[in-house]
Ligand binder design. Structure first.
Ligand SMILES: NC(=O)c1ccc[n+]([C@@H]2O[C@H](COP(=O)([O-])OP(=O)(O)OC[C@H]3O[C@@H](n4cnc5c(N)ncnc54)[C@H](O)[C@@H]3O)[C@@H](O)[C@H]2O)c1
Length: 147
């Protein structure tokens, strides 16, 4: 499996930085389900452990009840669908209002639907995977540069 190594020394000066991490539900199940691996949650835990203030954003609040793990200290949740420009703008505005700045944006929200664009049927393809994984990431980056 591919491995990505962080330069831990270079990350020590992130204390006090403000990060937005999309694709992180408010509550995470302690049980892994389907293809879900919770990379966003891992990023939130890592950033908060370095002393960052984090706004986690997701279209889902997450599972309720037994086995639900709440956000770590230093992180807050903002419900946001990254397919929707005005919801992204609100996420960035609210983060700035709450923390005064935004230093890091981790555009992690994504879906892993497999779509066969070359199938025989004439139905319009389901564009969700492009809307979330491509357009949603691009809109998050564009918002980071202007909101
Ligand atoms: N896990 C892998 O092996 C792998 C491989 C390649 C790419 N990725 C990408 O890495 C990212 C994280 O993967 P993961 O395995 O942690 O997935 P995950 O399913 O655990 O997390 C993705 C999160 O994105 C959220 N999300 C989906 N659509 C959204 C929307 N429209 N607006 C806001 N939030 C939305 C989901 O609710 C979910 O909480 C995804 O973008 C995924 O496509 C993962």
């Amino acid at each position: 499996m591919a491995e990505f190594k962080f330069n831990e020394e270079a990350l020590k000066n992130l204390k006090g930085k403000v990060a937005i991490v999309t694709g992180t539900p408010l509550l995470l199940s302690s049980l892994k389900v389907g293809g879900s691996s919770g990379i966003g949650r891992g990023a939130v835990e890592y950033f908060t452990s370095l002393g960052c203030e984090v706004v986690a954003a997701d279209v889902n609040e997450g599972p309720l009840g037994k086995g639900a793990l709440p956000m770590p200290q230093g992180a807050t949740f903002h419900k946001c669908n990254v397919k929707n420009w005005s919801e992204i703008v609100t996420l960035f505005r609210e983060t700035r209002k709450m923390h005064g700045k935004i230093d890091i944006v981790c555009a992690n929200a994504g879906i892993n639907d497999r779509v066969n664009f070359l199938g025989d049927d004439e139905d319009e393809p389901n564009w969700d995977v492009l809307d979330v994984n491509l357009k949603g990431v691009m809109m998050s980056i564009i918002a980071a540069s202007k909101v």
